[in-house]
Ligand binder design. Structure first.
Ligand code: AMP
Ligand code: FE
Ligand code: FE
Ligand code: ZN
Length: 283
């Protein structure tokens, strides 16, 4: 069984529609794929429909943007109830703040002579899409200012760039509580990926564990070997399980479907812990 529990579609910053991600998962030889778009459930219906068509099981998930003392944290939530108002309100608030934040980033960039407008960024995303820096990157690619997303992120869009503006995001402890309240299973994404930017200390993860965190994503390409080992050790100490995933973003990033995988045993624990009534979709 090959299981990849972290992917993105064009409902957020992946480049392919959700049904294409599921089709690609089948072609990559996966048996189970989770769709975990940033702050939205919008890709779920298309992913569910594609599960039967392509013979892949689909886990409906999300990746909740969180922020702790200015440090950005991502929390994967598996099988939550999309009708839970508390969680949905936080996701909506983050999505709205992401738009304002892009406006401000674009203003800063334009003031510095980087040719990009909010309209050009919007044109890179669908009406229902969670907007992010990758869409600014896509606008810069479209105008020929950079070659690809990686080039845009190397300087202009990186964390700590002079153009960087943060957006609203809930504290991770509150996000863990909300995912549990929605009957979902919270797993912290790439917890120690220092190459992505600042990461939180073990104490914050311990607080998340007390709030109901279920697991840590240990096998992820943004972790060094030491960071992966540290995630495994901390998970063991806190009684959490560990997952491995690709964090596939279509053509937007080098991450390949199935490059890291999760064991069937851990998937079974996720299914057992979910209380939302949202089930794994078997083809
Ligand atoms: P945001 O959530 O708007 O702050 O943007 C962060 C997103 O940018 C992450 O979820 C990644 O998918 C994407 N990203 C970060 N670094 C890179 C990179 N070097 N190349 C492509 N995408 C990136
Ligand atoms: Fe992303
Ligand atoms: Fe992430
Ligand atoms: Zn992700």
């Amino acid at each position: 069984m090959r299981i990849d529990l972290h992917t993105h579609s064009s409902a957020s910053d992946g480049t392919e529609p959700a049904e294409v991600v599921v089709a690609q998962a089948a072609r990559a030889g996966l048996d189970v794929v989770a769709l975990t778009d940033h702050d939205t459930y919008a890709g779920w219906p298309a992913a569910v429909a594609a599960a039967t068509e392509h013979g892949v099981a689909v886990v409906r998930g999300i990746e909740v943007s969180c922020s702790h003392k200015g440090i950005s944290i991502h929390l994967l939530g598996y099988l939550p109830d999309p009708g839970h108002h508390g969680l949905d309100r936080e996701l909506a608030r983050a999505r709205e703040s992401r738009v304002t934040r892009i406006e401000r980033m674009v203003e800063r960039m334009a003031a510095d002579g980087i040719p990009v407008t909010l309209e050009e960024v919007r044109a890179q995303a669908g009406a229902d899409t969670t907007m992010g820096r990758p869409h600014i990157a896509d606008a810069l690619v479209a105008s020929g200012f950079v070659r690809d997303r990686a080039e845009a992120f190397a300087d202009i869009l990186r964390n700590g760039s002079r153009y960087y503006v943060s957006h609203y995001a809930p504290d991770p402890v509150r996000a863990v509580e909300l995912v549990r309240a929605a009957g979902g299973v919270p797993v912290m994404a790439h917890p120690f990926a220092n190459r992505r930017g600042w990461t939180v200390g073990d104490d914050v993860i311990e607080a998340m564990a007390h709030a109901g965190l279920a697991g840590l994503e240990a096998a992820h390409r943004d972790h060094s070997e030491d960071e992966r080992v540290h995630a495994e050790a901390l998970a063991a100490r806190l009684g959490l399980f560990t997952t491995g995933s690709s964090d596939y973003h279509g053509a937007g990033k080098g991450n390949q479907l199935g490059e890291n995988t999760t064991t069937p045993k851990v998937l079974a624990r996720i299914e057992e812990q979910a209380t939302s009534g949202v089930e794994l979709v078997r083809p």
